[in-house]
Ligand binder design. Structure first.
Ligand SMILES: C[S@@+](CC[C@H](N)C(=O)[O-])C[C@H]1O[C@@H](n2cnc3c(N)ncnc32)[C@H](O)[C@@H]1O
Length: 378
């Protein structure tokens, strides 16, 4: 029997992490196919087209553009998107009419126009507390007024086979049927009433560690690039992520000066240069002068990686030092920690690639959300 496609519109689509993972979801004959995407960033759209086979509209998301896209592709069953949104304080309650939240409003306008059976909005975990919770409340109220049941949750990516402890806020809206977040039926209801997956422990889940995800990639010195595998795949994750790939692209380390490499050599796994016991042992001439609490920190190889942020090649801004090598992660290591297959090609400059990787929804997390949607909502 032929698979039935659920048609999806991906807004703020970036390089396509969300669309890719959704395309892997299955329930019986049901599958999800992104039929249109919109993003303002040309390099990310090139990556999307190269790997997902459709060219996103390289434009700002707006009601007019969404109408035009719907005229072209017909109706859609699902809208997904992560409208960028920054926390800022305000005393007012009209958060959705604040200009600074216009992208969240644009996402809801698109839902109103297209009236899909379901939508998925993803965002940073702080989303529920922005503007003292007014933004979240107004989004929920607007979605309910449009006829959707809403299901908010925070998901920890490492529970879905992603070698990374990334947490994302997910809001699912459904017109009919019910929705249950994938994985264990989860635990705590936090103080703001949000169903929250327990963030403290992964106990009971089969975790993929940083080493599990990357130990077949060649050693690199700072600034070096190597375009071959050094070993056969060592485990199921590596077999899966290398499917169809004869060599890794973008296994390139950022360049660090010799003094910086020497500093990194003093930082043990799971520790930061600013931990007092580490700082004391670093020669004065090498000590960093300032940084964030999680900067100048070395990843623990036996655990899933910490969140791969848009700064994952800069140790002074992120927890991103390789567990055994004195350098920040390579682009390909970052992509692996996000669960992008080695066949996935990132387009643009090194900085474009780094931002696309760090911004993305991990495809394996998106697949889990897609599976739950297919099972319960369509
Ligand atoms: C968090 S990223 C999306 C990641 C994507 N969902 C993925 O999984 O790869 C947010 C995206 O919003 C895009 N963006 C920001 N402002 C926009 C606007 N006004 N219209 C369209 N896209 C915009 C950025 O270029 C960026 O790619």
């Amino acid at each position: 029997m032929k698979a039935k496609s659920i048609k999806c519109l991906d807004l703020f689509s970036g390089c396509g992490g969300m669309s890719l993972g959704l395309s892997w979801a299955r329930h019986g004959q049901l599958a999800i196919e992104s039929v249109a995407a919109i993003d303002i960033w040309a390099a990310a759209c090139e990556t999307y087209e190269r790997n997902l086979g459709i060219a996103p509209r390289v434009e700002r998301v707006s009601a007019e553009l969404v109408s035009e896209v719907l005229d072209q592709v017909g109706s859609v069953d699902l809208i997904v998107g992560g409208p960028p949104c920054q926390g800022f304080s305000t005393s007012g309650k009209r958060a959705l009419s604040d200009k600074r939240n216009h992208l969240v409003k644009s996402f809801l306008d698109a839902v109103e126009l297209a009236q899909p059976k379901a939508f998925v909005m993803e965002n940073v975990t702080g989303f529920t507390t922005f503007q003292n919770g007014h933004l979240f409340d107004e989004v929920v109220q607007r979605a309910m007024a449009l006829g959707y049941q809403v299901h908010p949750g925070v998901l920890l990516a490492s529970r879905f086979g992603v070698p990374q402890r990334r947490r994302r806020f997910i809001l699912v809206g459904t017109r009919s049927g019910t929705f249950r977040f994938p994985g264990r039926i989860d635990t705590d209801v936090s103080s703001d009433g949000l169903l929250e997956v327990d963030q403290k422990t992964d106990a009971g889940f089969s975790l993929v560690s940083f080493y599990d995800a990357t130990s077949d990639l060649p050693r690199l010195a700072a600034g070096e690039q190597v375009d071959r595998y050094s070993k056969a795949p060592q485990n199921d994750f590596q077999r899966w992520i290398r499917t169809g790939s004869s060599k890794p692209s973008d296994h390139v380390s950022p360049n660090h000066n010799p003094k910086f490499v020497e500093l990194l050599s003093h930082i043990p796994q799971g520790k930061s240069a600013f931990d007092p016991d580490v700082f004391r042992e670093i020669p004065k001439r090498l000590r960093p002068r300032s940084g964030f609490a999680n900067s100048y920190a070395r990843i623990r190889g036996s655990q899933p990686a910490p969140t791969i942020t848009r700064n994952f090649t800069t140790p002074s801004s992120a927890n991103c030092i390789h567990p055994r090598q004195h350098r920040a992660l390579s682009l390909r290591e970052g992509a692996r920690c996000q669960s992008f297959p080695d066949t996935f090609e990132f387009m643009g400059s090194m900085s474009d690639k780094r931002l696309q990787i760090g911004n993305a929804v991990p495809p394996l997390l998106a697949r889990a959300i897609g599976n739950a949607l297919l099972e319960l909502c369509f």
